[in-house]
Write a protein that binds this ligand. Structure first.
Ligand code: AMP
Length: 308
């Protein structure tokens, strides 16, 4: 079976939404990606770093989901990456209040030997130099490399980020960031401009308005499931990325047609993430819930129309 290698931040997050506030809770790109991908029962491993202040029980929880955590370095005396953010009333946009890189600042990733030949590689959000460092350790060219990033790295490490972007097959990015990276307001033009930077596939996430997949002249759109209650959108993008790469790893098929299905699975999984603060909802997600919502997704989007 194919394997999924994940790199990304592991964090303490302090989040404020119109519905409440949390003190430091576990977050970061990698846990959301890993938990989401674990729904496909595939072999996966996380490469990341935490400080000595990080709860080891959380790593055990990831292991229980069959996620290999041997590539997560624990820095003695170090402090875990910290991020705090505040969502606006519409929950589609947020302000970063604070980013403390801490142990992420000088992290040298080490890919576990078993994953140096992973077929699918998910470069989750963290410093582009670390993302590049992971690619350099691979002993076999992966079938697909997917990159997720955010405005923080566009602002602070654009040159390095462009180097990674040039090396990946797929980029997943939100609408505002796509506009920032490309300098284009139209998302169609933005995707075209980003394709020229390297990735053959561009996925633009639009929060509650769904996601778009671009490849050459082809465009596919999947809505987000309209939910009665959205509590905390943090991690939805990473959960989406985990669902996307998890499904592609499971099916071992990276055609555009299969990527469309991957986008639907990704949107489906992301719809759960936002229902609770932090990773809680993803930690306890049941197969039946996922299947039921997938059916709702189908009903929401399928229609017959006669073309004359
Ligand atoms: P998302 O809502 O999918 O964009 O991801 C939110 C997660 O990204 C949070 O759990 C944060 O800890 C993490 N995060 C925020 N800023 C950064 C950053 N500069 N680098 C890596 N991860 C970050």
């Amino acid at each position: 079976m194919s394997k999924l290698l994940i790199v990304g931040s592991i964090a303490f997050d302090a989040i404020e939404t119109p519905f409440g506030k949390t003190n430091k809770i576990v977050g970061g790109a990698a846990p959301y990606i890993g938990l989401s991908a674990s729904n496909f029962n595939i072999p996966s491993a996380i490469v990341s770093v935490v400080g000595e202040d990080f709860p080891l029980e959380y790593l055990n929880k990831l292991e229980e989901k069959n996620i290999d955590t041997s590539g997560i370095e624990i820095v003695k005396g170090g402090k875990t990456f910290f991020w705090s953010g505040k969502y606006h009333n519409d929950l589609n946009s947020r302000d970063t209040l604070e980013t403390q890189l801490n142990v992420l600042a000088d992290f040298n990733p080490i890919v576990p030997n078993d994953y140096k030949d992973a077929e699918i590689v998910m470069l989750g959000n963290l410093h582009p130099i670390v993302q590049l460092g992971v690619l350099e350790q691979l002993t076999k060219k992966p079938k697909l490399v997917v990159l997720d990033t955010m405005n923080f790295w566009m602002d602070s490490a654009l040159e390095d980020l462009l180097k990674v972007i040039a090396k990946v097959d797929v980029i997943t990015i939100n609408d505002e960031e796509a506009r920032q990276l490309s300098g284009e307001y139209s998302l169609v033009k933005a995707a075209r401009a980003i394709e020229k930077m390297g990735p053959k596939y561009v996925v633009i996430k639009k929060g509650e308005h769904g996601a778009l997949l671009f490849h050459n002249e082809q465009i596919f759109f999947a809505p987000a499931l309209p939910l009665e209650e959205v509590f905390d959108p943090t991690g939805a993008g990473d959960t989406f990325a985990g669902g996307f790469t998890g499904f592609l790893t499971k099916t071992d098929d990276i055609t555009f047609e299969n990527m469309k299905k991957a986008i639907v699975h990704a949107s489906n999984l992301a719809s759960f993430c936002v229902e609770k603060f932090g990773t809680e909802r993803m930690e306890n997600l049941k197969r039946e819930e996922v299947q039921k919502r997938l059916q709702q997704f189908k009903e929401l989007t399928q229609f017959e129309i006669e073309l004359s």
